[in-house]
Design a protein around this ligand. Sequence first.
Ligand SMILES: Nc1ncnc2c1ncn2[C@@H]1O[C@H](COP(=O)(O)OP(=O)(O)OP(=O)(O)O)[C@@H](O)[C@H]1O
Length: 224
Amino acid sequence: MIEAQGVSLQYTDGTMALKDVDLGVEPGEMVYITGPSGSGKTSLLKLFMGMEYPTSGKLNVLGQPIVKGQATNIRRLRMSIGPVFQEFKLIKGRTAIENVMLGMRFLGISASQLKENANNALVKVGLGHKIFSLVDNLSWGECQRVAIARAVARKPVLILADEPTGNLDLKNALNILELLTSFKDHKTAVIITTHATHLIDDKEDIKLIQVDKGNVCWERLGRA
Ligand SMILES: Nc1ncnc2c1ncn2[C@@H]1O[C@H](COP(=O)(O)OP(=O)(O)OP(=O)(O)O)[C@@H](O)[C@H]1O
């Protein structure tokens, strides 16, 4: 799904955010990315989304090379990715279901199918009772769940979540991790960045990627 060979990312101001990264992610993997603030976690997710490009090295995501100037490939790639970023970017004045449906508008599926997928996704994230509520009237945690529903409604094969537990207390943080993990299946990989390493269940079969000053190393946990 993801193959990085010697990938580095230098921002235009000269900041070296990632250095010589070698990494692979397979279908069905649960991956956590941890590391101190400013270490390069979000930069790694942005590369996987085609929001940034490697300044050196080779990166392939879902069979698409992440190379500057290949906008068509990147647009196609994003159809297969469900991103949950820190700003939810929900559209005010619209209901929860409208926001989720807008996330699928380029998929070319019928209006009734759109509605059904959006409805199912909102039920799955526990918002079946708020489907027709304006997002303006939802709590922060509910907005996060709408954003997750929007990300998963189009059945992506790669789910990327940036610090989804950031503003949550322990119980809600565990609930959100459990919810995101529930979308992993034999063809869908879930990648989550988090500072909260104590929330990671190291008995589960996961890949733990540690980022420190742009250097990346990884290990598998929970495998016999
Ligand atoms: N657009 C940008 N231009 C220049 N430097 C950037 C840009 N985005 C991030 N950086 C820098 O790149 C480094 C890595 O940032 P990144 O956001 O990937 O870290 P992070 O590990 O996700 O941090 P946090 O946990 O605080 O969200 C930091 O030094 C940051 O200041």
